[in-house]
Design a protein around this ligand. Sequence first.
Ligand code: PSU
Ligand code: MN
Length: 307
Amino acid sequence: MTNFHISFGTEVADALRDGRPVVALESTIVSHGLPRPDNLLVARQIEQAVRDAGAVPATIGMVAGELIVGLDDAQLTRLATVDGVSKLSVRDLAVAAAAGADGATTVAATSAVAAAAGIDVFATGGLGGVHREAAQTFDESADLITLARTPIAVICAGVKSILDVGATLERLETLGVSVVGYRTRRFPGFYLTDAGFDLDWSVESPEQVADVLLARKRQGVHHGGLVVANPLPTDEQLDPALHDRTLAAGLAMLAAEGVTGKAVTPFLLAHFHSATEGASLAVNVRIILRNADLAARVAVAAAARRA
Ligand code: PSU
Ligand code: MN
């Protein structure tokens, strides 16, 4: 596992030392995935959802080149409001640290840092994955390869429907990343309850996820992530017809404006938020809050099994 020079928030450091439940949270959704000013409010709500379910939130990010696990409110505010916060995947962490940069960590970078910090549960919205057109562009999120290497449970609503969901599931299989549905055998598509693909496994409770984590330890699995796919209830998803229209327009704009690389995901998310007049934002927030709650319950159950 990678060794990072990490500064811990005091509450997170205390909780880890005492073996109390901690949930890692990413900062890219705050800096690049949600529009201002909602992003800061939502970032605080996510932390509160973790607390309400009995765990300590550890939002991860970089401030002035310092990698922080458990950003305080001033640091969170800075990453949510200052211009020029970089989007940091794993490969960017050292370069950004040396540059003294402010940066928001993606699922990949957050997973790697969290695991190095001794945190085994992480809540986010949706994973990155294989982009449409990847056969030509080779655009596959580093989230996938990082999860192949990193022992962490990621609670998410599957992968965004802006991606090639089927190809992403195939890559997760190849990379040896475990995928279980939470109370479902259908893989969710972030905004959509069901992205159209079956899953081999499902779990019914936070305790069952903790059982999987314990079984992995007993089998000596020290690499490789566990994706817990937690779908929105159908009555809370984005209207599928609105979703399909918005996605088609967004993909056409990508091509017309020549947007590529790491700008693709923030561009499409921003397009959804404006084109649906906030409907996708409301859905996005519900997804994250539900995942934060479930992740905290998993962390509580996992801590009980350690005790
Ligand atoms: N899911 C969201 N909002 C986001 C992201 C995912 O609902 O902002 C971010 C995550 O940080 C994820 C990143 O790691 O997008 C993937 O970006 P890319 O496709 O460039 O790897
Ligand atoms: Mn990419």
